[in-house]
Design a protein around this ligand. Structure first.
Ligand code: ZN
Length: 451
């Protein structure tokens, strides 16, 4: 039972129920689980591993609720397109991926997330060309040491059946459901402190059939796993749902069993007041993806209104072809700034609220109460930033606000379940230079269609 002591942080931001911020703070953990949090003077004096955090601000590890890690291979493409045209440009490129591409791109995205202070991520993988499998990215998460909610995505409605994706990138529904069952049985860990969980994630109303949405919901409930999809992202999707199903996206989803605390939706940009109330009542969560919504000119999600009415909201960096970064701290900053400009209210989202969404908010959206805060009984997942940086000069009087009012920096120290993954800004679990080289080789092949 190895013990860990983190001590003398300038400020330890707990995000616990009392929102405690502890000067000269620290924590003591055993076997990856926090036993004590408090002023350094109150903590045990020794441990198997001691981490000195003088001059640092410490946050709970952030929780990313929406991503498409494979898209690190296709950044900065379709630069000036809205969602549907952007997808039409990218589908044929993504069709050239294989298992190695999924594995290597996942390592790259996860490395970026860890550097940014994110210790838990979900991913939405919804196309499986050339033998690619969800297993490829679960392997990557295991190797790099990040907590992982892998979602088995799917597309089944090709162009010939009125869907958006070309027929070449969709799967048969029977095969999809069979593989969903396989990955749940192989990987899903429902226990506290789980490092891997599975969720089921048909991609969107315009790329799967209502039957698959319904069947996936039944399967998820049979196994007790969560459900995830894109919803209410763009005006075009809203028009598609009205034309094809005679319903707005939220009502369409609810009719298929897609409501309740075991469901979370990415985006939720175009919502009316009644839909926000319905979400609050059902307990479904929202992955807010501000950078992607800005990049694709999708609109501004009503985050303030959702929070005021009690909807569970977390943050998602979204796929790397529409952000095109996996930086959780930067995403929290974007969330804060976007609500302010949208509502023309400087208090529309505070620094603490934005960081709460990135930690506690994300944990709640993923159905977890064992991460996202520094408190006894919670996982020892945390990130720390040195404050003696150029970017923070002049903001030392409020280290927590400095993190997102100032230019977001990579974390100097990141710990996942008591294991040091980033130390002095260096990722310890993968060799980055070789990874980047390998990734670029694959990206070249996929983007240019070279053999
Ligand atoms: Zn997405």
């Amino acid at each position: 039972m190895p013990t860990l002591l983190l001590r003398h942080a300038d400020l330890l931001v707990t995000m616990d129920d009392e929102r405690r911020r502890i000067p000269d703070g620290g924590l003591f953990a055993r076997d990856g689980v926090i036993e004590q949090v408090g002023p350094t003077a109150d903590l045990p004096a020794s441990a198997d591993l001691i981490l000195e955090a003088r001059g640092m601000v410490v946050l709970p590890g952030m929780v990313n609720t929406h991503h498409h890690l494979y898209q690190t291979l296709t950044r900065a493409i379709a630069q000036n397109a809205k969602l549907f045209d952007w997808l039409r440009t990218l589908y044929p490129i993504w069709a050239r991926m294989d298992g190695e591409a999924v594995y290597v791109s996942a390592l790259v995205g996860m490395a970026e997330l860890l550097h940014s202070g994110c210790t838990t991520t979900s991913d939405h993988l919804y196309l499986f060309p050339n033998g690619a499998r969800l297993d490829d990215e679960i392997q990557a998460a295991h190797e790099i040491g990040i907590r992982f909610h892998a979602t088995r995505g799917a597309m089944s409605l090709g162009e010939s059946k009125g869907g958006l994706p070309p027929d070449a990138v969709v799967e048969e529904e029977e095969a999809i459901l069979k593989d969903m069952q396989r990955v749940i049985e192989a990987y899903h860990d429902p226990r506290p402190y789980a490092m891997v969980r599975i969720a089921l994630a048909p991609c969107s109303p315009f790329s799967v059939t209502p039957e698959l949405m319904r069947e996936a919901a039944a399967l998820a409930r049979h196994y007790g796993v969560m459900l995830h999809t894109h919803l209410a992202e763009t005006r075009e999707e809203e028009a598609y749902c009205l034309a094809r199903f005679g319903k707005r996206p939220v009502a369409f989803a609810a009719e298929l069993g897609w409501d309740g605390p075991d469901v979370w939706f990415a985006h939720m940009v175009h919502l009316n007041a009644a839909e926000i109330d319905a979400l609050a009542r059902s307990g479904a969560g929202v992955a807010h993806c501000p950078s992607s919504n800005m990049r694709l000119a999708s609109g501004v999600a009503p985050v303030r209104a959702m929070l005021d009415r009690g909807v569970k909201v977390g943050l998602g960096v979204d796929g790397s072809a529409s952000n095109d970064a996996s930086h959780m701290l930067a995403e929290a900053r974007q969330a804060m700034l976007l609500q302010r400009v949208a509502l023309e209210r400087p208090d529309a989202l505070t620094a603490e609220e934005a960081l709460w969404l990135a930690t506690r908010g994300g944990a709640a959206v993923l159905g977890r109460d064992d991460i996202g805060q520094l408190a006894p009984g919670k996982a020892a997942d945390f990130a720390a930033w040195r404050l003696d940086r150029l970017e923070y000069a002049g903001a030392r009087h409020d280290p927590m606000a400095a993190l997102i009012f100032c230019q977001p920096r990579p974390a100097d120290l990141v710990v996942v379940h008591g294991r040091v993954v980033v130390q002095e800004g260096r990722l310890l679990t993968v060799e980055e230079e070789r990874l980047i080289e390998r990734h670029n080789r694959i990206a070249r092949r996929i983007v240019r269609g070279e053999p």
